[in-house]
Design a protein around this ligand. Structure first.
Ligand SMILES: [Zn+2]
Length: 273
């Protein structure tokens, strides 16, 4: 199953024509607040653009120590630090904080590049499945209970009313893969039949947990590595590694002892992939 997140216009321009020609079905997960909404675009695009354009030699983000911006490695590090910090904040606070940081860096043009509803309806008629990627693209783990329920319900309602696709399955992909047990319960309560992408790996049918179906992210690495990741043994090792990592994180949270730094079994082989 091929899934694409965020609903960028270049999906329709580049990926979809190739998928159609090859007869490959696909799912596009769209954050439903963005189609046809005038606005500055996704925060990560704006942050990236602000860092590329800035002529500042450092930035003082509220809540963080001064970050140098002197050269390319500095800028890469700044991007990583600022993204990580933004993702640690409650959603509303993160958006406010990002606006203030981006303002300090440089002026950024509108980077709104999400497909509109008309285009999404056209793609749906051509056989694409369009499903939810949340409403605001907020990290589900960074929304308080009521706000999470509202985000999930709004997104589901908009997908149903805007696309009115009779074959529609109520599916969701977690923005930035952020989920936990409470989020997965909320997703079930909101009426989603299936939710993707909390973890990395290969899932099979029947699904173990329909509210946390594994996916294999495709990055800019070679075809060989991608093929290797799809092999059942490699995927099993990857899953063991993830389970070990989660257990270690849980132990690390519950005790400040040295146990959390010990590598779980299987980590070295999983890291070599
Ligand atoms: Zn996304």
């Amino acid at each position: 199953m091929l899934t694409f997140d965020d609903g960028y216009r270049d999906f329709a321009e580049h990926a979809w024509p190739i998928l159609r020609r090859a007869g490959l079905p696909a799912v596009l997960f769209v954050p439903t607040a963005f189609p046809d909404r005038p606005g500055p675009g996704f925060w990560w695009d704006r942050l990236h653009s602000a860092l590329r354009r800035t002529d500042q030699k450092f930035v003082d983000p509220p809540g963080l120590a001064r970050i140098p911006l002197a050269d390319v490695p500095d800028l890469r590090r700044a991007h990583r630090v600022l993204r990580t910090y933004a993702k640690s904040l409650p959603h509303d606070q993160a958006m406010f904080w990002l606006d203030s940081v981006i303002e300090k860096l440089s002026e950024v043009p509108s980077l709104h590049r999400v497909l509109g509803w008309d285009a999404l309806r056209r793609l749906t008629r051509q056989g694409l499945s369009v499903c939810s990627h949340g409403h605001l693209h907020a990290l589900c783990t960074r929304l308080a209970g009521g706000a999470l329920a509202e985000d999930l319900a709004t997104s589901k309602r908009l997908i149903e009313s805007e696309l009115s696709d009779p074959n529609q399955v109520a599916a969701l992909a977690y923005p930035a893969s952020a989920t936990d047990a409470a989020v997965q319960r909320a997703v079930g309560n909101a009426g989603y039949a299936i939710a993707f992408g909390g973890g990395r790996g290969v899932d099979s049918i029947p699904l173990g947990d329909p509210t946390n179906v594994l996916r294999m992210p495709v990055h800019r690495y070679g075809e060989g590595l991608f093929r290797a990741q799809l092999r059942p043994t490699v995927s099993r090792v990857g899953r063991l590694w993830m389970e070990g990592r989660d257990r270690m994180r849980a132990i690390g949270r519950s005790s400040a002892g040295g146990e959390s730094t010990r590598a779980p079994s299987g980590e070295s082989s999983a890291k070599d992939m």
